[in-house]
Write a protein that binds this ligand. Structure first.
Ligand code: MG
Length: 456
């Protein structure tokens, strides 16, 4: 197998351990060799961003690329800039929701989408073979600072929602940007939408002093308290690079990402009088239930936001997203967009009423997750044997194997990075979800034990 550098979200590592200036510069040289022309670059708020961005930019310039430096921006703002300008692509310096000691380098394709695996492979090949394009002193590139990228990005978002409805609702909004890149854009979005905004952790600070930058319930205790104490209508939390948004309702309850996905999907399908919503096979049936009731349909893909985005474009979907708060609005761009998600949710509650009530009327499902150890060499055979056992049932092989059971489903996927299988099950009641997961876990373990005993 070819050596691999990019993971599912770019190249990531601990700064000055795996993620070094040397790696960043060589990756810049490889990206420049493959991209040519002009390349936009941006960064989140991590302490190592200046260092790594300078290294990537130096590498890019050595290949003759002109670097357009957007500065501190959310990832979707960089992607929006790339799709709207004559550039060959973009590079974002970010490790999204990882701890502050991490950083990463992520490539954006010419059309603003996350780079496809095949293009990443071409960059990896150049990186590992060190077959970099080298330019003479007369042909090397330069850096130009670009301002105003965030302003244009935000005004495009404002045009896509009913500002009048939001403005006249008199809403109070509590916002938590996790000291990340959303801090340079989302507070200004809220201002332009005319809501009363109360902010915490909206100063970009690379050590993430407020809380870790993953918007989990545990990390949002301050935001939840703020929503309650200020009687806010909604709490909005973004991850470190502002591509994902999670909400807290008016009663101070954390709203899980599958619920906000369902609410926004339902609203958009109703507005359009139908349409397709794209989401991975691991998404709750809650989404399909509300989308179908609203007159639309759901198309499932493999897990991964770039895969969802590509499928959306291919089939002309009206909306798509993942249960982690990564939502994709095709009228803006084909990538996860945290600011657009916030604006759309404000529009929805301004028209349809308190978020707590909207969440309350969603259909109830229960999800159960398990992990089962399995050596990598047995994964393929274990999957085959499992599918054999269930061959009388209908098996969906979009990603791993998914089987529909009475008002629920079971999904098993081999991890791409660890020697484990991930099992998920969903049912209308907790008992059902547990029963499906227990039964499946037992069968998977039986098969693995059989394979292991044979290999001794
Ligand atoms: Mg992110």
């Amino acid at each position: 197998m070819a050596q691999r550098l990019f993971g599912t979200n770019g190249v990531r590592g601990v700064v000055n351990e795996e993620m070094t200036v040397q790696l960043a510069m060589d990756l810049g040289r490889a990206i420049g060799t493959r991209m040519e022309g002009r390349v936009a670059i941006g960064n989140d708020s991590r302490t190592s961003c200046d260092m790594l961005k300078s290294s990537v930019a130096a590498g890019l310039m050595s290949t003759g690329v002109e670097v357009l430096d957007l500065g501190l921006v959310p990832t979707p703002a960089l992607q929006f800039y790339v799709q709207g300008h004559d550039v060959s692509g973009g590079v974002m310096i970010t490790a999204s929701h990882n701890p502050p000691e991490f950083n990463g380098i992520k490539c954006v394709d010419r059309d603003g989408t996350e780079m496809s695996r095949s293009k990443e492979e071409a960059i990896e090949e150049t990186y590992f073979t060190r077959d970099f394009r080298e330019r003479s002193w007369k042909e090397i590139g330069s850096i130009r600072k670009v301002s105003g990228a965030v302003t244009r990005y935000l005004s495009s978002i404002s045009r896509l929602v009913d500002i009048e409805s939001i403005r006249t609702s008199g809403m109070t909004v509590a916002l938590d940007c996790a000291n990340g890149a959303g801090a340079v854009s989302t507070p200004f979005l809220l201002e332009s939408l005319g809501v009363r905004a109360i902010t915490i952790n909206c100063n970009p600070q690379g050590t993430f002093p407020g809380h870790p930058s993953e918007p989990t319930e545990d990390n949002l205790t301050d935001l939840i308290a703020l929503v309650k104490n200020s009687s806010s209508d909604i709490g909005i939390a973004q991850d470190g690079d502002g591509d994902r948004t999670i909400f807290v309702d008016d009663l101070g309850h954390y709203v899980y990402g599958d619920r906000s996905l369902a609410l926004i999907a339902e609203s958009i399908v109703r507005e359009r009088g139908g349409g397709i919503v794209v989401t991975p096979v691991s998404t709750s049936l809650m989404v399909e239930e509300v989308v179908v009731a609203a007159g639309g349909e759901v198309v499932y893909t493999m897990v991964g936001a770039p895969i969802v985005a590509r499928k959306m474009r291919e089939i002309g979907a009206v909306f798509g997203g993942e249960e982690n708060g990564g939502l994709i609005f095709p009228e803006l761009q084909y990538c996860r967009d945290g600011a657009m998600a916030a604006a759309k949710m404000l529009e929805i509650i301004s028209k349809q009423g308190p978020l707590s009530q909207l969440v309350e009327r969603l259909p109830q499902y229960h999800l159960e997750k398990r992990k089962v150890n399995c050596p990598n060499e047995h994964k393929e055979r274990a999957m085959d044997m499992l599918c054999d056992r269930f061959k009388s049932e209908e098996i969906d092989l979009t990603d791993g194997a998914k089987m529909y059971v009475d008002e629920g489903w079971i999904l098993i996927r081999p991890s791409g990075t660890e020697p484990i299988f991930r099992i998920m099950s969903e049912g209308k009641t907790k008992d059902h979800a547990l029963k499906y997961a227990d039964d499946f876990e037992r069968q998977v373990k039986e098969i693995i034990a059989y394979l292991m005993s044979g290999s001794k």
